[in-house]
Design a protein around this ligand. Structure first.
Ligand code: MOS
Length: 750
């Protein structure tokens, strides 16, 4: 066999998704596409109060629905144990209370029973026929937030957090004495994850072995949680997620429907499928917390920051401990000698809060970047220049150098590409085609680092390569990235590389979260490849009749899929598949791993991605029509492995950011506590008609501290700062400052 193989590197090149054809032809199987003989359907019964107690359940009508197999509740579901946090980044679960554990109703939609039947329709009819009685109290869904009575250090889903999050100098005194001051409060609403694909779980028991098909952003974490909830060794649980219709953070960790599906399947001895409804998506599977953030800035009249206070409060559910870390980027983003970042929490009768794309930093940067824009206006300094004046030399909160920070270049390039120098700062002064233009900008930052990861590589006698890792592709392009990495090491083109993801039986991989999956897998894949190639070279020098007999393995190299003697060059090489067949070897393998570097104590450098957005809005006061008409985004996210999918990520995030600025908010009914806009007609999101041209630029500086390729991550940073850029543009067009998202038309009709 001899095929022509490309030797040029696929890294940094636009590469179409290798799973694209499977998706567009319908071959890709999402969780709810898997069906099994004898499979039953489960539909949960939702509480219709948000605060109180379940007094009784009457299932007599439900039990009589034809095709019903069981109606489960606390009395007959069997044991579901509580999962507990593990050290490191494992066994994360945001709603720890197992379903049905007690009779207390803490939020609207909490599951109180589960109907299981031969068909989905029968299960739904049975669920609807269950009658519940409650003792009911008025729910607390108050939108105005006041910090509860929390200790100085709170225990959160990710470990202990001091409520005095960061401080240096004397922020109070410096603020009091500052020549120019700003003191404003910014509010972001509860937002609900609405990936196209609903959450879904199908559970199958074979004896003491549990297999779960689940729409999860973390098969390995889910395996750990389930093992504990069902009292099983980890080896007895297998979680599979081959394709996801995205998740946006809502699918990082398991919700209560997952253990319900598994418990029902156990009780009935049949596979059970449970697909969460769109309405339930607003109730039981997490949302981004509402936040209320007071920012105080003090500056010299020349525009040097003297003091920065960031005091934020977020809402949370009654018994969970998710931390919405709005202060994540505040301590290092700008140079300021006096700083204080604190948080408080307000408990509400709502479902658990959760990570949502750019958790913490996205609402946080909306507040801090809005304050920076307002301060620049007070100082009569251009907002880009104001940021340049406060560029830090190091991370002033950790007293550490940045691994790679090119924020100044982001700002300058963004200004140039957008045409910022033509901006007339006078409100309402810029016009085009009879429309009033508004131009605004803001900065962005997001964490970088690695989670632990393992990978396994096979080189096979047909010249193909397989790479396997128990991470998953939520639609971002992870299959393609792993193929590119394997191709880089072997020279085999991406279409001859089989990538196996989304199965906890594979070597442990990271969650698809924190924008860390790509950076985490690189060292693991490269080490796996090096080990597999070493095995291959041993075959090459030991196989009788091989042209490489007499050489040492280290004399040889692999390029373009061909083994050759380094001193002689690749032209004299042998295709590795030919060599394996000559040796009667089907395949050689290699394994590699990478250690966690993100969220570890005592880092050596401060590692983040940076970026900025420039936004234009058009405003027609006559008919109150506001449009985002163009966006320029510049990202400093390390080396970009696949600019095509990379641009997709930033564009998608900007589209979501337009929704954050103008549309998205979950509204709770003050009496019932129900999220009342719990459908895609009433929960407004950006659609194609709202999406403007989005011009994305990457700086592409490798960050050598993070991995061999210098690649950080790009899944989330595109959503940071965009809402602040849009609200600034709206102010520039209309003169109106909106400090509570989303901007509503009525805000602009004053
Ligand atoms: Mo992202 S919120 O870490 O899926």
């Amino acid at each position: 066999m001899s095929t022509t193989q490309q030797s040029s590197s696929p890294i940094g090149r636009d590469t179409q998704r290798i799973d694209g054809p499977r998706k567009v032809t319908g071959l890709a199987q999402y969780t709810s596409d898997f069906n099994f003989p004898g499979m039953l359907y489960a539909v949960p019964v939702e509480a219709t109060i948000a605060n109180g107690k379940l007094l009784s359940l009457d299932t007599s009508a439900a039990d009589k629905v034809p095709g019903v197999r069981a109606v489960f509740h606390r009395g007959n579901i069997g044991k579901i144990f509580r999962s507990t946090p593990a050290p490191g980044f494992d066994r994360v679960c945001l709603e720890r209370r197992p379903p049905f554990e007690d009779d207390v109703i803490r939020y609207y939609g909490q599951y109180i029973a589960l109907a299981v039947a031969d068909t989905f329709e029968a299960a739904k009819a049975a669920a609807d026929a269950v009658r519940a009685t409650y003792s009911k109290e008025k729910p607390n869904v108050e939108s105005r937030l006041e910090a509860g009575n929390d200790p100085e250090v709170v225990f959160t889903a990710y470990g202990p957090q001091a409520r005095l999050q960061s401080h240096r100098g004397d922020a109070e005194a410096a603020f009091a004495n500052a020549p120019v001051k700003l003191d404003e409060t910014y509010v972001t609403p509860a937002e609900t994850h609405n990936p196209l694909e609903l959450h879904a779980s199908t559970a199958i028991w074979e004896g003491q072995m549990l297999t779960l098909y689940d729409s999860t952003q973390g098969v390995v974490n889910l395996r750990s949680v389930l093992a504990q909830m069902f009292g099983l060794p980890k080896e007895n649980v297998r979680v599979i997620a081959k394709f996801l219709g995205s998740g946006f953070g809502g699918k990082l960790y398991p919700w209560t429907h997952v253990s319900l599906a598994a418990a029902a399947a156990r009780q009935l001895g049949k596979p059970v499928k449970l697909v969460v409804s769109r309405k339930m998506m607003f109730q039981t599977v997490g949302h981004r917390a509402r936040t209320q953030q007071r920012i105080r800035l003090g500056a010299t009249s020349e525009g040097k920051l003297l003091s920065l206070h960031h005091d934020y409060i977020y809402h949370m559910s009654m018994i969970d401990n998710y931390h919405e870390d709005c202060g994540e980027a505040t301590p290092f983003h700008y140079s300021v000698p006096n700083l204080r970042v604190t948080f408080g929490r307000a408990r509400r009768n709502i479902g658990a809060t959760a990570d949502m794309r750019g958790p913490g930093a996205v609402p946080g940067l909306y507040a801090t970047e809005s304050a920076m824009n307002e301060m620049a206006d007070r100082l009569n300094i251009d907002p880009v220049r104001f940021r340049l004046l406060n560029e830090p030399k190091i991370d002033e909160s950790l007293n550490l150098p940045f691994s790679s920070r090119h924020y100044v270049e982001c700002l300058n390039l963004g200004a140039e590409k957008f045409g910022w120098s033509k901006r007339n700062p006078v409100v309402g002064s810029m016009k085009r085609d009879g429309l009033t233009l508004g131009w605004g900008m803001a900065g962005a930052a997001w964490v970088a680092g690695r989670f632990a990861a393992e990978a396994n590589m096979q080189l096979r006698d047909d010249g193909t390569v397989r790479i396997a890792c128990a991470t998953q592709d939520i639609g971002t392009g992870t299959y393609t990235i792993l193929a590119q990495l394997a191709s880089e090491k072997t020279g085999v083109p991406v279409n001859k590389i089989e990538v196996d993801l989304g199965d906890s039986a594979l070597p442990d991989g990271p969650i698809s979260g924190g924008s860390l999956a790509t950076s985490s897998v690189i060292p693991a894949v490269f080490k796996a490849a090096d080990q597999a190639i070493t095995s291959l070279m041993i075959v090459a020098v030991t196989t009788p009749g091989s042209p490489f007999v007499g050489h040492k393995p280290e004399d040889l190299a692999l390029e373009g899929g061909r083994i050759f003697v380094k001193a002689e060059g690749v032209a004299k090489g042998v295709a590795f598949g030919d060599m394996l067949r000559k040796g009667n070897v089907r395949l050689v393998t290699g394994s590699g791993s990478s250690e966690q570097t993100a969220f570890v104590p005592n880092p050596k450098v401060s590692m983040h991605s940076f970026g900025c957005h420039f936004a234009e809005v058009t405003w027609q006061p006559e008919i109150a029509r506001l449009r985002v008409s163009r966006v320029v985004s510049v990202m400093d996210a390390g080396r970009i492995l696949n600019p095509l999918t990379g641009r997709n990520q930033i564009q998608g995030a900007v589209v979501m950011g337009i929704g954050m600025a103008l549309f998205e908010h979950t509204t709770y009914h003050p009496q019932s506590g129900a999220p009342i806009n719990s459908n895609l007609a009433d929960y407004i999101m950006t659609v194609n008609a709202d999406a403007p041209p989005i011009d994305v630029h990457f700086l592409d500086y490798p960050d050598k501290e993070i991995n061999e390729l210098g690649a950080r991550g790009i899944g989330e940073i595109g959503l940071a700062g965009i809402a602040a850029a849009i609200t600034a543009a709206v102010h520039h067009a209309t003169g109106i400052r909106v400090r509570e998202l989303p901007i509503k038309i009525e805000n602009l009709l004053v």
